[in-house]
Design a protein around this ligand. Structure first.
Ligand code: ATP
Ligand code: RI2
Length: 193
């Protein structure tokens, strides 16, 4: 059995736009459906802060990077982030792999995963600001830096833009439709004998 597609889905967009909220929305609703995997990232940040991730120190992160333990890794906000290389086995089995990514990693991800799908989440900057304040995770200066971080929006045929400036339910349903479409495209086909 071989998969028709290797579908990695990178969810990107500015801090506070709702990447984790959309991923949590879909994970909760798709948990009974087969062939989705939501990545638990490796981050040089304490376990108590942010999403459920594997916390490591910088030395351990760099050791893993040298050992090829990451499918993709990057730096942002003074932290290191990694997607474990184990996702490659899942992609080979036709599983749709969904990860919170960085806009800056999209060009490299396209080289490594030609069938990459990018979900670019957007919202007006005043909405981002209110959400980051409401989330209460960052200090004032860190919050300002996050709002000032201005990576360009990815463009291309592989990019789906989702407006999450309004209701999470609306954006979440659109996100789930995209995930289901990818699963359909990566449905397992019998290999020739
Ligand atoms: N559509 C929405 N309506 C209202 N609140 C939202 C919506 N989407 C996300 N939020 C809230 O906004 C805050 C930021 O969302 P979230 O943490 O998912 O953003 P993020 O893009 O993952 O940010 P970061 O990159 O900093 O991790 C959270 O408190 C979340 O609950
Ligand atoms: O600005 P860019 O590079 O697109 O995104 C950078 C990083 O910022 C966020 O980190 P966090 O989860 O808030 O720590 C995202 O998850 C992403 O990994």
């Amino acid at each position: 059995m071989t998969p028709a597609r290797r579908h990695l889905i990178l969810v990107v967009g500015p801090s506070g736009v709702g990447k984790d909220a959309l991923i949590d929305f879909a994970r909760a609703r798709l948990r009974c459906e087969p062939n989705f995997h939501f990545v638990r990232r490796i981050i040089t940040r304490p376990a108590s802060i942010g999403e459920d991730h594997e916390p490591v120190d910088i030395e351990e992160f760099q050791r893993r990077a040298r050992a090829g333990a990451f499918a993709l890794h990057w730096q942002a906000h003074g932290l290191f982030y990694g997607i474990p290389a184990t996702v490659n086995d899942q992609l080979d089995r036709g599983i749709v792999v969904v990860a919170n990514g960085s806009r800056a990693i999209v060009p490299l991800a396209r080289q490594r995963y030609p069938q990459l799908r990018v979900v670019n989440v957007t919202a007006p900057v005043d909405v981002l600001s209110k959400r980051l304040v409401g989330r209460g995770r960052e200090s004032d200066s860190s919050l300002k830096q996050r709002l000032a971080r201005n990576n360009p929006n990815p463009i291309g045929e592989d990019v789906l833009h989702i407006d999450n400036g309004g209701s999470l339910n609306v954006a979440g349903e659109r996100f789930m439709d995209a995930l289901r479409a990818c699963r359909q495209a990566s449905s397992i086909m019998s290999s020739p004998h």
